[in-house]
Design a protein around this ligand. Structure first.
Ligand SMILES: [Mn+2]
Length: 413
């Protein structure tokens, strides 16, 4: 638990004197009757505390020394009966390293008593919570959210161990899902999603890192398609974007493969354009490279590919083609959150031990620039998770085949 304590120290060291920062964690969200939505701690709160229970509030104080206080549920008999065992106040101090731990219900009174003692009071809600809206206050020289984004960008060895495990389970589950599709004739998208989840959990994932996208046919052109309930038409491709979560860290992998085991001529052409862009962008990754330059290369290769194969009009504006048939970022930081905080794309420079996804894609939807209608409805995205090093990058998810011939081979076995 030392890592969490160290991170709190880092934040405290950046705070001005006579300052208090209040950081609120995620709360359990009510659904209906006695049902709740699945609970998920926020990345920023977890990063500072290692705390996975709902409704925690962290106080960081810098005033003749530095200290941290956690307000949390504790051993509440009603809560334990209905929701499970909670961490005690004693363990919060002993194991999690807070200087003080208090019952959650004492927080409002404590805050009212203490806030006037500080020159700077900063409130950071890591999850929007109407309960704290009235207590909110900002202080110009405390930018904890930005500090955390900087800190979270570079992964420690402990963090990388979780990410590698999430990647390993995710790649195995992708492979097993492709093999199952070849053997068992999936009829509906839900079977693809369920197979991925089954294997992930059987391999030891804590949960899925995000809602699976199991899109067949032209559903692949909907970037965040999660209905996963349509029958799979013969001859279509499956775009499976799915990842496991281990130790609170995510993997985020996409492969696109033909349900028949064999790409059609048009699917193969689109696939290879995306594949070439993926390979070239991967070769670019190393510390010092700007993510905006990787983005530019991906856009150029994808747009050029469409023009070369006569899929779009030759005289076209490349930005319009990008928006019509690609339209998303080539990658994002990956960590506690699937989309981990990072500097805005223009200012996002890769550094050693940053983990990014690399995910070029083409989605051929109806558009006036589309010349060859045989390609209509084809969607391909190829996504890997890459650990940036000084002289290049390691592909943490290369265990799932990505070359078109290797996918076809895997499905023939
Ligand atoms: Mn992604």
């Amino acid at each position: 638990m030392d890592q969490y304590k160290e991170r709190r120290q880092t934040v405290l060291s950046r705070m001005p004197d006579n300052a208090m920062v209040v950081v609120t964690g995620a709360v359990r969200q009510h659904q209906s009757a006695d049902q709740y939505y699945p609970f998920q701690q926020t990345g920023d709160f977890y990063y500072l505390t290692g705390w996975t229970e709902p409704d925690g509030v962290l106080i960081l104080i810098k005033q003749s020394g530095m200290r941290s206080i956690l307000f949390h549920t504790g051993e509440n008999a009603h809560d334990q009966r209905w929701h499970g065992r909670n961490i005690s106040h004693g363990d919060a101090i002993q194991i999690y390293g807070f200087n003080q731990a208090e019952p959650r219900e004492k927080f409002d009174k404590w805050l009212a008593q203490h806030r006037s003692k500080f020159e700077h009071v900063h409130f950071y809600m890591t999850q929007v919570n109407p309960r704290y809206q009235s207590t909110n206050s900002q202080s110009s020289n405390i930018e904890i959210k930005t500090w955390l984004a900087e800190m979270r960008l570079i992964k420690s060895e402990q963090e990388l161990a979780h990410i590698r495990r999430a990647c390993s389970i995710t790649t195995q589950a992708h492979r097993l899902t492709i093999e199952a599709a070849a053997q068992s004739q999936f009829e509906n998208e839900r079977e693809v999603a369920a197979t991925f989840q089954y294997h992930s959990m059987m391999l030891g994932a804590d949960r899925l890192a995000y809602d699976t996208i199991a899109a067949s046919g032209d559903n692949a052109c909907i970037l965040h398609y999660t209905d996963n309930n349509e029958d799979i038409k013969a001859g279509s491709c499956i775009l499976l974007d799915a990842g496991a979560s281990c130790g609170s860290y995510a993997a985020d992998v996409t492969r696109t493969w033909p349900i028949s085991g064999q790409f059609s001529r048009e699917q193969a052409i689109i696939y290879d354009i995306v594949f070439e862009a993926h390979q070239s962008c991967f070769a670019m990754l190393k510390s010092g490279v700007k993510m905006s330059d990787v983005q530019k290369l991906s856009q150029k290769m994808l747009v050029d590919g469409l023009i070369t194969h006569g899929i779009v009009e030759k005289e076209c504006d490349s930005d319009t083609v990008f928006k019509a048939f690609y339209g998303h970022g080539v990658g994002h930081s990956l960590g506690l959150d699937v989309h981990d905080p990072s500097p805005p794309r223009g200012a996002f420079e890769l550094r050693e031990n940053v983990v990014v996804t690399l995910e070029p894609g083409l989605y051929i939807t109806s558009h006036e620039l589309l010349k060859d209608k045989r390609f209509l409805g084809i969607g391909v995205r190829l996504e890997d998770n890459c650990l940036v090093k000084t002289n290049g990058a390691l592909n943490l998810t290369q265990a799932v085949p990505i070359k078109r011939s290797e996918i076809e081979l895997l499905m023939r076995k």
